[in-house]
Structures are given as structure tokens and as C-alpha cells.
Design a protein around this ligand. Structure first.
Ligand SMILES: Nc1ncnc2c1ncn2[C@@H]1O[C@H](COP(=O)(O)OP(=O)(O)OP(=O)(O)O)[C@@H](O)[C@H]1O
Ligand SMILES: [Mg+2]
Length: 150
């Protein structure tokens, strides 16, 4: 699926729809993982903000400059926790591995949104919903390519 976004508002609305779909689909055998790839400023965190709104979370995250991973609790939803990960500063997947990250990935109660997934590709499962963000011709245009969503 390819979504053409014309504004950050449109990106957030699209994200909220995907969040609703993720909740409707529910848990798998391990964590549900949404990866967000694309260059700096492509709109990954903007998408996360819309996604959180779609999950019913009031306080939406901004760019976690120094924060590697942040958890929010979900009440009465298919998932108990949503984690926002920004792996930009991770140099090797083993940096995450020492933190016991795989244990979180194994838990079906967890929903993950991961920016810069290529940094930790070595420890991510193959089965993810993969989003790829790209800038467009105008400053507000973005292309969001979605693969792996059933
Ligand atoms: N269609 C659009 N979709 C998303 N963001 C847009 C769009 N048009 C303009 N923007 C702007 O582009 C910027 C995107 O920043 P954002 O932090 O979401 O990017 P990012 O991909 O998370 O970058 P980083 O790799 O640095 O984390 C924001 O300032 C946002 O308002
Ligand atoms: Mg970001």
C-alpha cells in the first residue's frame, strides 16, 4: 500500500487509521512491530504522534532526542504496552541486545513503533509491518510505503 501525504495532519490521520487497524487485528504470537524507515525529517515521529492518538493516548511523544525507548501503558486494549523506539544513535544491534530488548520483542502484549530500524535489523524479527517514508517534490509532500500488513 502506498499513501501520499500532503501535510503532517494527513500523515497523522493516516497513522491513526493504521493504529485502529492494529488494535482490531490484535495480538500475534510475539510483539507486534511497526518499523518506520526514511531519512531525517521524513515524518516518522509525526506518524508516531498520530498513531498514539489512534491508540487513545492523550500525551503524544515528540522526537526523543536522547531517549532510546519509551513505554506508554494501554488500558483495555489488545496490547498492554506501546513502545516508541528511536534507534538512530544505536551503533550495533548488540547495544540493544545487552539491554534485554529481545525479551520485550517476544511478548505478544507489546506493540512497537521503531524509528531507524535498519540500525537494529539484526535483532528484529522478519515479520514486521514496515513503513518507508520519503520526501516529495513540495515541502509538505511525503510518500509512505507500507508492506507486511495483512
Ligand atoms: N506530509 C508530512 N508528513 C509528516 N511531516 C511533515 C509533512 N509535511 C511537513 N512535515 C514536517 O516535517 C517534519 C517531520 O519531522 P519528524 O520529526 O516527524 O521526522 P522524523 O522522520 O521523525 O525525523 P528524525 O529521523 O530526525 O527522527 C515535521 O516538522 C513536520 O511538521
Ligand atoms: Mg523522529
Amino acid at each position: 500500500m502506498v499513501f501520499q501525504s500532503s501535510s503532517s495532519k494527513a500523515t497523522k490521520e493516516f497513522a491513526a487509521k493504521l493504529a485502529a487497524r492494529a488494535l482490531a487485528r490484535g495480538r500475534g504470537k510475539s510483539a507486534t512491530i511497526v518499523t518506520l524507515a526514511g531519512e531525517l525529517g521524513a515524518g516518522k515521529t509525526t506518524f508516531v504522534q498520530g498513531f498514539y492518538k489512534g491508540l487513545g493516548i492523550k500525551r503524544v511523544p515528540n522526537s526523543p532526542t536522547f531517549i532510546l525507548m519509551r513505554r506508554s501503558a494501554l488500558r483495555g486494549k489488545a496490547f498492554k504496552n506501546v513502545y516508541h523506539v528511536d534507534a538512530y544513535r544505536i551503533r550495533a544491534a548488540k547495544d540493544m541486545s545487552v539491554l534485554g530488548f529481545e525479551k520485550f520483542l517476544a511478548n505478544p502484549e507489546n506493540l512497537f513503533l521503531i524509528e531507524w530500524p535498519e540500525r537494529i535489523a539484526g535483532i528484529l524479527p522478519k515479520k514486521t509491518v514496515a513503513l518507508k517514508f520519503a520526501h516529495g517534490k513540495t515541502p509538505e509532500e511525503r510518500t509512505i510505503r507500507v508492506t507486511g500488513m495483512k
